[in-house]
Design a protein. Sequence first.
Lengths: 414, 292
Amino acid sequence: MKRLKKITLAMSLLGALSMSAAEVEVLHWWTSGGEAESVGKLKGLLEKSGHTWKDFSVAGGNGVNAMTVLKSRTVSGNPPTAAQIKGPSIQEWAELGVLSNLNDVAKANNWDKILPKRFADHMKYQGNYVAVPVNVHKINWMWVNPSIFKKAGASIPTTWQEFEVAAKKIKAAGFIPVAAGGQPWQEATVFETIVLGIGGADFYKKALVDLDFSALNSPTMVKAFDTLRMVKSFTDKNAPGRDWNLATAMVYKGEAAMQFMGDWAKGEFKVAGKKVGVDYIAMDAPQTSGSYLYNIDSFVMFKQKDADKKVAQEKLSQLILGDEFQVLFNTRKGSVPVTLGVARTQFDDIALRSMDTLNSAAYTNQLLPSMAHQMAVPDATKGAIVDVITNFYNTKQSSSDAAKALVSAVKSEM
Amino acid sequence: MKSKLKFLEEAIPKLIVAPTFLIMIIFIYGFIAWNFILSLTTSKLLPVYTFAGLKQYYSLFDNMKWWLAMENLLIFSSLFIGLCLIIGLLLAIFIDQKIRFEGIFRTIYLYPMALSFIATGTVWQWMLNPGLGLEKFVIDLGFTNFTFDWIINSEMAIYTIIIAAVWQSTGFVMVLILAGLRGINHEVINAAKIDGASLPLIYWKIIIPQLGPVFFSSVIILLHIAIKTFDLVVVMTKSGPGFSTVLPSIFMYDYSFARNKLAFGASSAMIMLFFIMIFVVPYLYRELRKNS
């Protein structure tokens, strides 16, 4: 009897051990302060559920370094459990047949219901879930220093025409109207915001998502390039090479009046101790009110040989889309929950407005993937388009030539 | 017994060299071959072996950015090598005039070589930034019309890379040339002096022509620095403004890894190798012929 007890005890211990022994290895490049802290929350939640988390973070290169490591691990047949991969790249990885099928956990947790369909579609390959979205960033924000507008006697613009009028006044008053970071992705971010504003949601989708030639080389696109040139004329000449957060600093230090940047800029204002509504205001970028240009971070899950690891992987996926993590993570990262209907109490005003726009746009054509942030087209095509934008921005190329160049750039990647 | 020892004596050096040799064969020539095979495929994210002939090369030669990268490399390497040689030669000649504290000067000029391009690039980027560095300094001195904004001008930015690279490598060339100068037979020079030749004439007609091999080695060393230059551009301009300072090495990295066009990147690497070979093969030929 005693002996039997011992055996059962040992067995149950063993069972518990084998349950907790499952380890998930997560490749990510969230290594900077706030981001690392946000990931730490996920680690905490997972370990509470009895699994272990092995951090596999590769800093630098905007994820390029991490991708290089991931590729070599995959080629050698030893991929991590999960990796931070987003947008159309998910499809490219799924095509290789290395991703795990998450349909069971998706069904059990109702992902089709809680995720907007457009978001869910990014996560599916041939109808099966292979990835889990973590957060949503809204790109089409304009960050404003209201005191500069007051000093210059200008009003905060909601259209590109008003923008030009206001920017002239600000320049005349001796301030820099637009804080720009002269790096290709930042120039592309401003450009796609302009395309959305000038052309509207349908045009944006036709041109930068569906890559329709007649839209890429159209009078509307030429006008968008003209507008980009106009915006550039209101930036300072030291912009080339400047990092985005330094541009944000120009806004809160009172040197520049506006910046076009996604909602991660919020973190910079907060760290600098600035108060929303007083020191800075977040506005929809001109003519994009109601539209939601999104950037989603997500994890793809790799196929596991071990059944235990598969269990841990599904647990991880379930936790990521759970309300608890969505709130913990997104309040820190400055983004908003990717699932609809998460409790709003802990979010700040800007996040709430982002959530409102997301809710209203979720099932309309106003919810659009960001091209500059690798959500709309494959990386090769994105690279070619960004080349055209940055070449236009930094040379004296005419707008109509740039529109033509867009078509040939896209063609070269087909 | 004796023959066994002799056998060992002969075999041991070969055995010791063999692993290195094998590793070189695999990891240098083997991978070059693999890269060439990849460049003929349709590989994107990961290597696949669906062959597409020379398709990647055709699209490479159609790529405007690639030609800009090649043009930049041509401007960069010719000016970089030329300036390094000229300035290095002048410095070496000055130091060769039996000046005092020669050791100190030599060390000062050689020191930049001890820095990595990352450090050099960061410092030069600050100095050349119009809002922080030289331009602001001169304007603050009172010359309000002064502009020196090459680094943010897409036409001129490549020359700022050359400035930083020349600053870094000139000292090294100087030391090479100095060593060459010290090796020249002084009797000829003394004879020329007796004949009444001026010092510049002696240098121009007698000394410099004898430095041929030193120049040749310097060119080869500088050339491979030029073709490999990557970090300097990444730190100084991130291949901007726009992509005006892109170089083939950056192009290759960007397309292979950031844009998931492995086969395309491999084809650009092959072309880079081809250009290096054009310069290196004659050099090897010359060296090997000398030895045999």
